[in-house]
Design a protein. Structure first.
Length: 139
């Protein structure tokens, strides 16, 4: 389902994207940062039928990602695995690498349970045991 402008809701002085996943029917509010809001505003001149962005189907977008990757000189075997789904995975991986807790990442991905998020991303959290016990090393 295409993102619609009506999915943007205000809560206090913040804007959120209210979405429901097709795969698991999970529903949630995703905070929109300044860059996302700017991108949505920039698309306003091109907007058609209330869609937030005028874009192709996910399948067509994945085809274009592969074409762009190949033209950028990315090895064909690596370019073939690129997709919008990999973008989602990269988003989650970067959040975790930046120290965002797994529960928050889980909520942003609209996983039904943080265990799902942990099953995919636990390997990205090395050294947590050492960090935890180091708390007690303070004088």
């Amino acid at each position: 389902m295409a993102l619609q402008m009506e999915f943007i809701v205000n809560r206090g002085n913040r804007k959120f994207l209210h979405i429901k996943t097709e795969k698991t029917d999970e529903e949630g509010l995703i905070p929109l940062n300044k860059n996302a809001l700017r991108l949505i505003k920039d698309e306003s001149k091109l907007r058609v039928q209330g869609k937030m962005f005028n874009h192709y189907s996910e399948q067509k977008m994945n085809e274009y990602i592969k074409i762009i990757a190949k033209s950028a000189g990315i090895d064909k075997s690596k370019a073939e695995i690129l997709s919008l789904g990999w973008g989602r995975h990269t988003f989650a991986s970067l959040l975790i690498a930046s120290g965002v807790d797994i529960v928050t990442v889980s909520k942003l991905l609209l996983h039904s349970n943080p265990k799902i998020t942990l099953s995919y991303y636990a390997h990205l959290i090395p050294g947590q045991k050492e960090k935890a016990v180091a708390i007690f090393d303070r004088d």
